[in-house]
Design a protein around this ligand. Structure first.
Ligand code: GRF
Length: 243
């Protein structure tokens, strides 16, 4: 009797649609977003992101960790974790442009949805930033727009501010600037040293960056028409610690 069955094109489309939908719904990793992480040094933010993703089961795949420093301690950690790694040593390139071109090639080979800068200490050229527009994310150790650039903890102490912290943001051509995803604040204490303040800030970096990456993995992050980040289904966006 089955040989009498006739399937029309619309029947096949219907079957195909439901088969694909079933695969996506039963296997969350079928829709896991792909991340490349760029580091220059110890990579403690990278470690937190990867460890929290593993323990909390985010729909995220960390497809490669790339360092611009051959001996970055973070790259060794990534290797030991069995992650794919690459080193693109900036000193071996004639100029910034040549380095960025190669870096972009290495990144694109893994087809990431997002590129995360985690203590990546190179200024990226406008061409590179344009290639990864709205997909390039950074953590900066200050409450932007205050204190862009280096030595942010010294800058905060010198300015006499009561609060300091960190910002997770999309990267634009302007240094340490761009749509803010989340911020975390800590108090500046009397007689604080840059070292003590930086440790206090780092402890919240390790909470807020993983949280923001999880939102990216879950597809909750959009940039609206005003150029601001809109988050879907997130109740606590920013974080502060009062001691
Ligand atoms: C962090 O403070 C980060 O905000 C800044 O560089 C530092 C990197 O630390 N961009 P780590 O390499 O993640 O430990």
């Amino acid at each position: 009797m089955f040989h009498d069955l006739q399937f029309t094109i619309s029947d096949w489309t219907y079957f195909l649609f439901h088969a694909v939908k079933a695969i996506y719904m039963t296997d969350p990793h079928a829709v896991a977003r792909r991340f490349v992480i760029l580091i220059s040094g110890r990579g403690s933010n990278m470690q937190q992101i990867i460890e929290q993703s593993r323990s909390q089961g985010w729909p995220a795949e960390f497809v490669r960790v790339i360092a611009n420093e051959t001996h970055a301690p973070g790259i060794e950690w990534a290797r030991q974790q069995g992650l794919a790694t690459a080193v693109v040593p900036h000193r071996e390139f004639a100029d910034r442009q040549a380095f960025d071109n190669r870096l972009a090639e290495v990144i694109e080979a893994d087809r990431p949805d997002y590129v995360l800068l985690a203590g990546f200490m190179r200024i990226l050229t406008p061409g590179f930033v344009a290639k990864f527009r709205n997909r390039l994310v950074n953590i900066h150790p200050s409450l932007l727009p205050a204190f862009p650039g280096l030595k942010t903890h010294e800058q905060a102490i010198a300015a006499g501010v009561g609060w300091h912290g960190c910002t997770v943001h999309f990267v634009t051509d302007q240094l340490d600037h761009g749509p803010i995803i989340a911020q975390a604040a800590v108090p500046v204490k009397p007689n604080d040293t840059p070292e003590a303040l930086s440790e206090r800030v780092l402890s919240v970096e390790h909470q807020i960056y993983p949280r923001a990456v999880r939102w990216l993995a879950e597809g909750r992050v959009q940039i609206n028409q005003a150029g601001q980040v809109a988050l879907e289904g997130v109740t606590q966006r920013h974080l502060w610690k009062d001691e």
